[in-house]
Design a binder for this molecule. Structure first.
Ligand code: CMC
Length: 431
């Protein structure tokens, strides 16, 4: 900890306390208020955690004003250009880029864990044919804990590692099974001769009736989208995983909690909502009307895929995806994609609008990702599931980091109580 201190003075009592200031390797300092209640009997209040750091972490760094995102110090642009999703997952988990031997071993470990227990496959029979895939994902992922008693001791580092590998490996298998259930098609087993993304495409789109050829363009695009979604420091779902894990809960339950949090339209559900919105707008001539709706405080409509709690500049992931969307749509012979044209025009108009400029609202990662998923043949209800597959790498890395820290404590926020102070029980006949 540095020698820097902040002085907090209560003007009502005139009393002051010195609070230590903590510094990271890069980024803003933080006033350490952990002893504040003991020292003053007061809490701090920060609804939505706008100014609150909940832990120290060395996984991901974001500078929202500059539009910077780095995993373990490596710029997202370089990883997007040169890496693979599995290599990024290794980097997030272990902190360093792997050597060739480490990568081969990791790849083999993940591949060996891609199958799910046959009994777990039968869970899908219990879901309605039209169950939302995210509903199935939450339930089936949470149920993994019922199958892997051999690796549930969270105090054993090897158990933690095996659980992390299992989740990264099994998430695409579960996700594809959700899709197959919706389609009424047989669930496809993983194929160990394919890479992570190719295998996922195979489990989604192959049938037992004929051979399936993975499209290299689709595989490359998926690899990129997974890299961009792999981690994003303490977003709602990752914070949920950490909070659930802080009680000592097993990692499968924690990741299931993360998936539930991701589902909301303000978070991972936004990519699905963006396409709904683009279809509702329908035509460039309607953009002005929808921009006006987004600005109208009495109208609940928001421009989905726009704005971010941290980025007050272009989301660097959106910049990469926008470029890739051009390439992918061209290569998949979908270059006359009217929704993409509409999205480009909507972005252009919004970025010149005073409201969006003043509030620093830029396109986020989800603005263009759905358009690429759609071009790959992935249905809308699966978009957030795709996000969940990729983010599992980040979730398990954060969970591992937290549990390995001997100083970690159960997460337990406080409140400002605003209910009735005290009242006596009234029997029912006198209410
Ligand atoms: N359209 C119109 N106005 C907006 C939008 C938007 N998309 N986003 C924020 N604003 C306005 C908001 O009304 C508020 O105005 P005012 O100051 O006058 O009250 C101001 O901008 C600040 O917004 P906020 O809601 O206080 O900001 P937040 O940090 O709490 O919320 C957000 C961030 C991402 C939830 C929000 O921008 C939003 O709802 N965006 C649309 C949903 C979306 O695209 N979510 C994906 C986020 S990126 C992927 C991920 O993390 O999962």
């Amino acid at each position: 900890m540095s020698d820097k201190k902040a002085l907090l003075t209560n003007q009502a009592t005139g009393k002051s306390v010195e609070l230590p200031i903590r510094s990271g390797s890069v980024g803003p300092d933080a006033v350490d208020i952990s002893a504040l209640y003991k020292q003053t009997g007061m809490f701090t209040f920060d609804s939505g955690f706008v100014s609150t750091a909940s832990c120290e972490s060395s996984i991901t760094y974001i500078d929202g004003n500059e539009g910077i995102l780095r995993y373990r110090g490596y710029p997202i642009e370089q990883l997007a250009e040169n890496s693979s999703f599995l290599e990024v997952a290794y980097l997030l988990l272990y902190g360093e880029l792997p050597t060739a031997v480490q990568m081969a071993t990791f790849d083999q470990n993940i591949t060996r864990h891609t199958m799910i227990n046959e009994a777990l496959l039968r869970f899908f029979e219990g879901f309605h044919y039209d169950a939302h895939p995210m509903a199935m994902m939450v339930g089936v992922t949470g149920s993994l804990a019922a199958f892997y008693h051999d690796s549930l001791d969270i105090h054993d580092p090897r158990h933690r590692e095996i659980s992390a590998h299992r989740m990264i490996a099994k998430m695409p298998t579960i996700a594809a099974a959700c899709y197959k259930h919706n389609m009424g098609e047989p669930i496809m087993y993983p194929r160990n001769d394919l890479g992570y993304c190719g295998n996922f495409m195979q489990m989604m789109f192959a049938t037992p009736c004929e051979p399936y050829q993975v499209s290299p363009v689709a595989e490359k695009a998926l690899n990129l989208l997974f890299i961009l979604h792999a981690d994003h420091e303490h977003n709602a779902s990752t914070s949920t995983v950490r909070l659930a894990g802080s009680s000592g809960a097993n990692p499968f339950a924690c990741v299931a909690a993360g998936i539930a949090s991701l589902w909301g339209p303000a978070h991972g559900g936004a990519n699905e909502a963006v396409l709904d919105m683009l279809e509702e707008i329908g035509d460039v001539s309607n953009i002005d009307k929808y921009i006006a709706k987004a600005k109208d405080k009495k109208d609940p409509f928001r421009l989905m895929g726009f704005g971010h709690r941290v980025y007050k500049n272009m989301d660097p992931r959106a910049t990469i995806i926008r470029q890739t969307a051009h390439e992918v749509l061209d290569e998949l012979a979908d270059s006359n994609n009217p929704l993409f044209e509409l999205a480009l025009r909507l972005e252009e108009i919004a970025l010149q609008d005073e409201y969006f400029v003043e509030k620093k609202l830029y396109p986020n990662v989800d603005f263009y990702s759905g358009i690429i998923y759609r071009a790959l043949g992935i249905p809308r209800t699966m978009f957030t599931v795709m996000f969940a597959i990729a983010r599992t790498a980040g979730w398990v890395s954060h969970w591992m980091e937290m549990i390995s820290d001997p100083a970690h404590r159960i997460g337990r926020p406080r409140q400002i109580y605003s209910g009735n102070a005290l009242r006596d029980y009234v029997p029912v006949d006198r209410r």
